[in-house]
Design a protein around this ligand. Sequence first.
Ligand SMILES: C[S@@+](CC[C@H](N)C(=O)[O-])C[C@H]1O[C@@H](n2cnc3c(N)ncnc32)[C@H](O)[C@@H]1O
Length: 250
Amino acid sequence: MLETDQKKVWKARAKTYNNLKWVNNDNLKKAILKHGDFAPNQIVLDAGTGTGAIAVTIAPHVKEVHGIDISPEMLSLAFNGCKNVSYKEGDIRSMKIADGYYDRVTARNVFHNILSAEDRLKAAKECLRVLKKGGKFILQEGVPPHPSLKSDFERIFALKETRVTFVPEEMKKLLRDAGFAKASVEIVKDPDFDLINWLDNDGTLSEEVKKRIVYLHVNGSEEFKKHYNVRTAGGRILIDTNAAFAIGEK
Ligand SMILES: C[S@@+](CC[C@H](N)C(=O)[O-])C[C@H]1O[C@@H](n2cnc3c(N)ncnc32)[C@H](O)[C@@H]1O
């Protein structure tokens, strides 16, 4: 059975995390800068910061970025070198942070790790609580490239990890349910996702599971191959993926 304790999951996955091409993908970094609407006087919380890829992306545009994460192993590999970025251990579901402290809160690919709906709502409410009035929460998640492919997406991910699959409207609803005054969601296409790099650097997968996941991509339905734009190039298997950015305003 796949591990569900997030501290254990990320202890195992930390070692190879920074080798994942998507983590430092410029296209996604540009998108978070656009959606975050950052300014030099702002203090930002990057919740579930992992190795800080988003924290250091935002840092040059704001006054300070504070990254928190539940995994000490991920934090031990965090990108350093930005004077205005600091990291500490913390759980997004219950943050030891004063009300209204931050101008922005970001959370990239964190909420799909929070397995109960009750805990996801608790985490979203925490993000709202620590924001100043008028502050923004930027919630980013990978989503199926078309709503018709949600079950394929879930079937593939179920081979590799225990997680929640969002569709964009559910992200918007989560923010509304948490009490954000305004919520919107936008999709950003992320082309050229390297499937083998993703599988090889997961850190926990057997060769058998990797082969099965490759098989499901290469032998997917015509609908699947069309929406994922599955192709091989220079010995790599490339797909186009979608990231959803849900923006909540306090
Ligand atoms: C896919 S990684 C994303 C890391 C980073 N946001 C990024 O985009 O590179 C998910 C991260 O969420 C963290 N995480 C999972 N559950 C958490 C929780 N309840 N509170 C804080 N961090 C959590 C994990 O430890 C892991 O570092």
